[in-house]
Write a protein that binds this ligand. Structure first.
Ligand SMILES: [Zn+2]
Length: 79
């Protein structure tokens, strides 16, 4: 996932991976299931910078490899 949503003055706005990496500490959520996410920098072992759920959720279509096939809201969904 390379996009998420960030809360700005009470509204959820789209946020790119680059913005997410520079806005650490801001509340961020997945745009699909609304679960809390974090942005991770490129790793020294070659892993690319990306956004991931703090707690993975099978009812989210991201990442598609872990999607159970039925969409549902994250149990920790942020409003
Ligand atoms: Zn999600």
């Amino acid at each position: 996932m390379t996009e998420c949503e960030v809360k700005v003055r009470g509204r959820w706005l789209p946020c790119t991976l680059y913005e997410a990496l520079t806005e650490r500490g801001e509340l961020m959520r997945c745009k699909y299931c609304h679960g809390p996410v974090q942005a991770l920098k490129e790793s020294s072992t070659g892993g690319r910078a990306h956004i991931e759920h703090l707690q993975s959720h099978p009812g989210c279509r991201f990442p598609v490899s872990k999607f159970c096939g039925v969409e549902s809201k994250h149990p920790l969904a942020l409003k």
